[in-house]
Design a binder for this molecule. Structure first.
Ligand code: ADP
Length: 467
C-alpha cells in the first residue's frame, strides 16, 4: 500500500521538533525528580543504615562504644540500642540506667521474629508504626553474651517535597513549551522566508524572466543554494542568448541560399531554358546552394549527436595519417576549381586510439574553418607530426586571426563572429563546439594559437600508443 504523505512546512516541522524535544527533556526531569525521588531517598537511607550497623558491630569491643552510639543517635535522628535476650537496654548507658529501659515488647518480638525467619544474623525491615522507618537488627556476641543491636532510622515524609517539585516543574514545563514555540517560529521564519522567496523567483525564471535575483540568508546552505540558482540563471541566460543567436544565424543562412535557388530556378524557367551553357551554370548554382543547406542541416544534426552520443562511443587503434589524408582529399575540389593552396606535411602511419568517425568530423570541421577564414592568398597548411609523447595535428590559415578576448568564446555552442563569411563552406557557429565536445570526450589536448592579422593555427595532440 502506498501512502501519500503531504510534506510538512519548515515551520510546522520545527515547532513539532522543538515541542517534542522540550517535552522529552521535561519528561526525563519529571521521572527523575518526582517519580524516582522517593525510591532514591529510601535506597540511600537503607544503605546508610547498613553502613552504620556495620560500623557499630566493628566497634563492639571498643571502650568508646557508648560514645559512638550516642553520637550516631543524636546526630542522625536514629534510635540505637544494644539489647539483651529479654529486650532490656544495655547501651546507651544513659537509657539503661533509667527505669524505662526495655524496648517495647511488640517491637522486640517483631525483631526476634524477623531474625528467626532468616539464616543470617542481620535483618533489615521496614516498620510502619507511628511513622515509617527502616529497622536494622543484628544478633551479636557482646561480653560473651548474646545481644541484639537495634537501630531505628525514621524516613522523612517526601510527599510534600514531591508536591512542591511537581508544582515547580509544571510552571517550568509551561514556560519551556512556550519558549520553544517562539524559538521555533523565529527559526523557521528565518529559514523558510528566503526559501519561499527563492522558490517564487525560480518559478519566474522558469517562465524566462531573467530579471529575478536569488537572495541568500545568514545560513550557509541557503546562501549556497542562492549562489547555485544565480549561476543557473546566468547559464540559462547564456544558452537562451545562444539559441536566439543560432536561430538568427540559421534563418539568415537558410534565407540566402533559398533566395538564390528560387532566383536561378526562375531564370532557367523564364530566360535560358534553351541555352545549354547558361542552364548548366545556373543549375550548378542551385546545386551549390542546396549543398550549403545540406551542410547547415548536417551541422545542426551533428551538434545534437555530439551532445548526446558522447558517453559510449567505441575507440580503437586508428591510422591517424590515413584519416587526415582522407579528409584532405575531400577538399581537393577547392584546390582544382577555387584556387585554394593546400600545403600538406603529413607523416605516414601514425597511430592513436580514438573513434574514427568522430575524429573525421573534428578534422573536417577544422579544415573547413581554415578554408572559410583563410586570407586572400587562399593558403592552408596542414601537418601531422610525431613528437616524443604525442602526435600533433595542425591546421594553419592566413586569415584575420582571432582576437585574444574571443579565443575562449569560439568553442562555445552557437558562437559566431558577427561577420558573415562568404566562403565555400557555410557554417552555423556549431563546428567548434562539436570539435570541443568530441576532443574532451576523448581526453585529448587541443587548442588554438592566433595572431590578429596573420592567421590562426588550430592543433590537436593525439596520444601515442605505448607498447
Ligand atoms: P562557424 O560556422 O561560424 O565557422 P565555428 O564553431 O566553426 O562556427 O566557429 C566559431 C567561430 O570561431 C567562427 O564564427 C569564427 O568567428 C571563429 N573561427 C573559427 N575558426 C576560425 C579561423 N580559422 N580563423 C578565424 N576565426 C575562426
Amino acid at each position: 500500500m502506498k501512502f501519500n504523505i503531504k510534506p510538512l512546512s519548515i515551520k510546522t516541522k520545527l515547532t513539532l521538533f522543538f515541542a517534542i524535544f522540550s517535552l522529552a527533556i521535561l519528561g526525563i526531569m519529571w521521572i527523575s525528580q518526582v517519580l524516582l525521588l522517593e525510591t532514591t531517598y529510601n535506597n540511600k537511607k537503607k544503605n546508610d543504615l547498613i553502613f552504620l550497623g556495620e560500623e557499630i558491630t566493628a566497634n563492639l569491643d571498643s571502650s568508646d562504644l557508648n560514645i559512638l552510639i550516642n553520637q550516631k543517635s543524636f546526630g542522625n535522628n536514629n534510635n540505637i540500642y544494644l539489647l539483651n535476650q529479654n529486650g532490656m537496654v544495655l547501651l546507651p548507658i544513659e537509657i539503661a540506667s533509667t527505669s524505662n529501659n526495655f524496648l517495647r515488647s511488640n517491637l522486640f518480638n517483631a525483631m526476634i521474629t524477623n531474625l528467626n525467619n532468616v539464616d543470617d544474623d542481620v535483618v533489615i525491615y521496614k516498620l510502619k508504626d507511628e511513622s515509617t522507618s527502616y529497622v536494622y537488627c543484628a544478633k551479636l556476641i557482646y561480653n560473651e553474651e548474646t545481644v541484639y543491636l537495634y537501630i531505628n532510622s525514621p524516613l522523612e515524609p517526601v510527599k510534600q517535597t514531591i508536591a512542591l517539585l511537581s508544582y515547580q516543574l509544571l510552571i517550568i514545563t509551561a514556560i519551556v513549551i512556550l519558549l520553544s514555540m517562539v524559538l521555533a517560529i523565529i527559526f523557521s521564519n528565518n529559514i523558510s522566508k528566503p526559501v519561499v522567496q527563492m522558490s517564487k523567483a525560480a518559478k519566474k525564471l522558469a517562465k524566462r524572466d531573467f530579471n529575478v535575483v536569488f537572495v541568500g540568508s545568514s545560513y550557509k546552505e541557503i546562501n549556497e543554494l542562492a549562489e547555485t540558482l544565480n549561476y543557473t540563471k546566468s547559464e540559462l541566460m547564456k544558452s537562451d542568448d545562444m539559441q536566439k543567436q543560432l536561430i538568427a544565424n540559421v534563418s539568415h543562412d537558410l534565407k540566402t541560399p533559398l533566395t538564390m535557388i528560387k532566383a536561378y530556378a526562375e531564370m532557367i524557367r523564364d530566360l535560358n531554358g534553351d541555352d545549354k551553357v547558361k542552364r548548366k551554370k545556373n543549375t550548378n548554382i542551385i546545386i551549390d546552394e542546396t549543398d550549403r543547406l545540406a551542410a547547415l542541416v548536417n551541422d545542426i544534426l551533428n551538434i545534437s549527436k555530439a551532445g548526446t552520443g558522447l558517453d559510449n562511443f567505441e575507440k580503437k587503434e586508428e591510422n591517424i595519417s590515413e584519416i587526415v589524408m582522407g579528409i584532405i582529399e575531400k577538399f581537393g575540389v577547392l584546390e582544382e576549381y577555387k584556387s585554394y593552396k593546400f600545403i600538406i606535411d603529413v607523416d605516414t602511419d601514425l597511430f592513436s586510439i580514438c573513434n574514427k568517425e568522430k575524429m573525421e568530423q573534428v578534422i573536417y570541421n577544422l579544415i573547413a574553418n581554415a578554408v572559410n577564414y583563410t586570407g586572400d592568398d587562399k593558403k592552408i597548411t596542414i601537418s601531422l607530426k610525431e613528437f616524443k609523447d604525442y602526435i600533433r595535428f595542425v591546421v594553419i590559415d592566413t586569415g584575420k586571426g582571432i582576437p585574444k578576448e574571443l579565443l575562449e568564446n569560439i568553442w562555445d555552442r552557437y558562437y559566431r563572429s558577427v561577420e558573415t563569411h562568404k566562403r565555400p563552406i557555410k557554417g552555423s557557429g556549431l563546428g567548434l563546439s562539436i570539435v570541443k565536445s568530441i576532443l574532451n570526450a576523448h581526453g585529448f589536448n587541443f587548442g588554438v594559437d592566433s595572431i590578429v592579422g596573420s592567421g590562426s593555427s588550430f592543433y590537436i595532440d593525439f596520444p601515442k600508443i605505448i607498447d
